[in-house]
Design a protein around this ligand. Structure first.
Ligand code: NAD
Length: 357
């Protein structure tokens, strides 16, 4: 029997509710396939601030590094919005990504056939399914560049610097090329090379690397056009490679095409097999504590954990298939329920998925 050690950070808002369902699903997979999953629970975000006075307890990185993977719910909420920028829960997200070297964020956006009606795109533009992967650089660019205030031409001004090294571009592009090789062999690199110097370097490196992947069709798209093409014909995309900020925005846009933010998982990977897995959405404070959140994004995130960190493909597929079966059976949480369908709760959705594994 294999044992996998997972650091679990439920976080704030709906985080604890959706993480509990994902853990239930992992335990079901463990029982069925003969694995043991051991969990170490940690506080981060607003919950940590309330308990120990900081959103990012100092040993967070060290504890996570002693585990095989990290499962994170979501952090943040109005209760902590008035904290100074450097102390806010969202800052903890940047710190954990940087501290654990999680430079590659993989965000698949899959529209299940059963949810086609929830998709806001015209059926003739999307067909009955969509399956794309956004590979977002996660520890560089403007979110990690120099920030500051200074006296400028028109008085006080603020600035944030977009900065990328060749090394950072090369390593994330490699992840995207490999993802394209494992999928439809089509890569669109998104930048703003008509305006930004960092984007011109990005485009140069991706173009050079394309020679090493002759089977992959590579094209470049400006981010404004990509935002438009995503809602026009999302099916033209297989793998999208992009920078930290552009990926942040485009992945939320892609998620809405699938019908709900509550459906989309994500994996943030370091070199090797270590990764942090979390839903793409936030802590949804408006629905927290009501047992109505959709746990599927978090459950699909543990499927990604099994696949990318533990190499357990059959086990990951068992989760993916169970989610499809539940949706095909017409079970819906409130965010994806069509008119006339009575929504089920977070715990009922988690149980329904366990029952089909
Ligand atoms: P959000 O993703 O939390 O919510 C946006 C909308 O989607 C809300 O109406 C919410 O109810 C709904 N929603 C989100 N997840 C859902 C789910 N699983 N099931 C059903 N409905 C769901 O975004 P927001 O409202 O902009 O942010 C709320 C808080 O979360 C803020 O403090 C923000 O900073 C934080 N946040 C955290 C993360 C993270 O932890 N990775 C990411 C984004 C936002």
């Amino acid at each position: 029997m294999s044992t996998y050690r997972i650091a679990v950070i439920p976080g704030d808002g709906i985080g604890p509710e959706i993480v509990a369902e994902a853990v239930k699903v992992l335990d079901k997979v463990g029982a069925k396939f003969g694995h043991s999953f051991e969990y170490t629970y940690r506080l981060m975000g607003g919950a940590a601030y309330d308990a120990v006075g900081t959103c990012f307890p100092e040993d967070t990185v060290e504890v996570c590094q002693k585990h095989d993977a990290v499962l994170l719910g979501a952090v943040g909420g109005p209760k902590w919005d008035s904290l100074p920028g450097a102390e806010r829960p969202e800052k903890a997200l940047l710190k954990i990504r940087e501290g654990l070297g999680l430079y590659a964020n993989l965000r698949p956006a899959i529209m299940h056939k059963a949810l086609a009606k929830a998709c806001p795109i015209k059926p003739e533009n999307i067909g009955d399914s969509m399956d794309l992967m956004i590979v977002r650089e996660l520890t560089g660019g403007i979110y990690f560049g120099e920030h500051g205030w200074r006296e400028g031409k028109y008085g006080p001004e603020a600035y944030d610097v977009e900065r990328y090294s060749e090394m950072e571009i090369r390593r994330i592009a490699k992840v995207a090329f490999n993802a394209a090789m494992a999928r439809g062999k089509n890569l669109v690199s998104v930048d703003k090379a008509n305006v930004l110097e960092a984007s011109r370097l990005w485009r140069k490196i991706v173009t050079e690397m394309a020679a090493d992947y002759p089977e992959v069709t590579v094209s470049h798209m400006y981010v404004d056009n990509a935002a438009m093409q995503l809602v026009y014909r999302p099916n033209q995309f297989d793998v999208i490679l992009t920078s930290n900020m552009f990926g942040d925005i485009l992945s939320d846009e892609a998620s809405m095409i699938t019908g709900s933010l509550g459906m989309l998982p994500s994996a943030s990977l370091a070199d090797g097999t270590f990764g942090l897995y979390e839903p793409s959405h936030g802590s949804a404070p408006d629905i927290a504590g009501k047992n109505i959140a959709n746990p599927i994004a978090t459950i699909m995130s543990v499927s990604m954990m099994l696949r990318y960190s533990f190499g357990l493909e059959a086990e990951a597929k068992a989760i993916d298939d169970a989610v499809t079966a539940v949706l095909d059976a017409g079970l819906r949480t409130g965010d994806i329920a069509e008119a006339g369908v009575t929504p089920i709760s977070t715990t009922e959705m988690g149980q329904a998925i366990c029952d089909r594994i």
